[in-house]
Design a protein around this ligand. Structure first.
Ligand code: BES
Ligand code: MN
Ligand code: ZN
Length: 495
């Protein structure tokens, strides 16, 4: 998609369609007011009659309104001005794009220039357009959505255009990786994609195969891998934007398909389990964006790539695995595999010298029970580090909520036969007992765990996105890196 800025007003703009935002319960302003005047009070009338309520993501198509050069104008509701944030900018822009992308259109002009913090809002909005017009119909002959040829964004500067494109493309990368069928994207092919993308975007990339993983005694991760004909991989990405700055690690769960293993999932629960690599996809996508933006940060991205299958050589209930850090783990449910994969990858992050860690994982259904399908659960051993991530998420408008990590939850994963077991006592507090398990592998270093089981994957389409992978938390991780950049202000500039 060609993206540029636009100087002409909503009346003169030449494009196949214009997108004009309207706040609810407030006098018309900006492009909406100009349009209303040109069209003889049309918008006021539509609002007055209740035809258009300007609720968030509500859209209304106007064909050839009077006084406007463009043949089509799409009104998009933004809700109340007080509630306006980057998340709404992303979604409103995406909702408009999704509504327009049902037909082939060459060029679209957006007039979403509506805030003091204009630049970031423009970037979020542009990212929304790039994602909203791309669907999940990768393998359908007849597409449902058609990406635009050109996007003109009123009042954006070069930096915002660049950032919007980079964020949007990163989100679409994460979505696409999640949407690929598990027979296309398995550990070896995921690792190959990571190698290609690293070469393209300036990341260092190392791939550890099953032999190296065994040499490195990563028997917790390898335990999960044993039941599959597709061998595991670990991918280590490195971006040196500020080599002297403290090292931050982003760690992603990359279970390319989760059948549950011998603790086999019921068929209905298994249908969407290609999404179980969303954490790894988010990390890879965020790393490409951080590199493309040239942020002055020192980051590694680690992907634990495994397929969880019930093959003849599968690990079994009652098995005791010895993780890389020496902890012994009693396996009581092979469907609690994500924590086993992450355990060994987190150990490596610590050994590589990471001083702060974020992991992302579609880890538990329990987290969805606690918070619903659109909100991630955050758990931490270090409140200031978690606060940094919460602040980045709030600024990005990606909903998440912290869950507690009281010591009692840790007692629930003690084992009679090994150091720990891979499930808690019954299903109560399942999101937190999973986090308590992970905590055993971070050596007390500041660490925040994000359980994205709900928000990483949408079962149904919404107004702003097709169903499937969502790219959730890519924007938040990039925002986190931006904030780290400020704290690394004294570090030397990158090449
Ligand atoms: N990948 C699943 C969690 C999941 C569930 C992700 C729904 C996305 C949507 C994970 O590996 C899993 O199976 N967790 C079990 C843990 C249990 C066995 C302790 C769960 O949540 O039931
Ligand atoms: Mn599982
Ligand atoms: Zn899983």
């Amino acid at each position: 998609m060609k993206i540029d800025t636009l100087d002409s007003s909503v009346v003169e703009a030449e494009a196949d369609a214009l997108v004009v935002p309207v706040f609810a319960g407030a006098p018309l302003s900006g492009s909406a007011a100009t349009l209303d005047r040109a069209a003889g009070g049309l918008i006021e009338r539509l609002i007055g009659t209740g035809e258009f309520g300007a609720k968030p993501y509500e859209t209304l198509t106007l064909h050839s309104p009077a006084g406007v050069r463009a043949p089509l104008v799409l009104l998009v509701g933004l809700g109340k001005r007080e509630e306006w944030n980057q998340g709404l900018a992303f979604r409103a822009a995406a909702a408009a794009a999704r509504a327009l992308a049902t037909k082939r259109r060459r060029s679209i002009a957006y007039f979403l220039e509506v805030d003091a913090e204009g630049e970031r809002f423009a970037a979020a909005g542009i990212a929304g357009v790039i994602t909203g017009c791309v669907g999940q119909d990768l393998y359908r002959a007849e597409k449902k959505l058609f990406p635009f040829g050109e996007l003109h964004w009123a009042g954006a500067d070069e930096a915002a255009l660049d950032e919007g494109r980079i964020l949007g493309e990163a989100i679409n990368l994460a979505r696409r990786l999640v949407n690929e069928p598990p027979d296309v994207l398995y550990p070896a092919t995921f690792a190959e994609r990571a190698v290609e993308l690293s070469a393209e975007h300036g990341l260092e990339c190392e791939v550890w195969d099953e032999k190296l993983l065994a040499d490195e005694r990563m028997f917790s991760l390898l335990g999960v891998a044993r039941g599959s004909a597709n061998p595991p991989r670990m991918v280590l990405l490195r971006y040196r934007g500020a080599p002297e700055a403290p090292l931050v690690a982003l760690v992603g769960k990359g279970v390319t398909f989760d059948s549950g293993g011998l603790s086999l999932k019921p068929s209905d629960s298994m249908q969407t389990m290609k999404c179980d690599m969303a954490g790894a996809a988010t990390v890879l996508a965020a790393m490409t964006a951080i590199a493309r933006l040239g942020l002055r940060v020192n980051v590694i991205g680690m992907l634990g790539l495994v397929e969880n299958m019930p093959g003849g050589n599968s690990f079994k209930l009652g098995d005791v695995l010895t993780a890389r850090n020496g902890r012994t783990i009693e396996v009581l449910n092979t469907d609690a595999e994500g924590r086993l994969v992450l355990a060994d990858v987190l150990s490596i992050a610590i050994e590589l010298g990471a001083t702060r860690i974020v992991d992302l994982a579609t880890l538990t259904g329990a987290c969805m029970v606690a918070l619903g399908p659109r909100v991630a659960g955050l758990m931490t051993n270090d409140q200031p580090w978690c606060d940094d991530l919460l602040a980045a998420a709030a600024a990005s408008g990606e909903p998440c909520w912290q869950l507690p990590m009281f010591a009692d939850y840790g007692d629930m994963i003690r084992s009679e036969v090994a150091d720990i077991k891979n499930i808690g006592e019954g299903r109560w507090g399942g999101a937190i007992t999973a986090a308590k398990f992970l905590e055993e592998f971070v050596s007390g270093k500041p660490w925040t765990h994000c359980d994205i089981a709900g928000p990483a994957f949408a079962e149904k389409p919404s107004k702003w996105a097709d169903a499937g992978g969502t790219g959730y938390f890519v924007r938040t991780l990039v925002e986190l890196a931006r904030r780290l950049e400020d704290s690394n202000a004294n570090a030397p500039a990158p090449r």
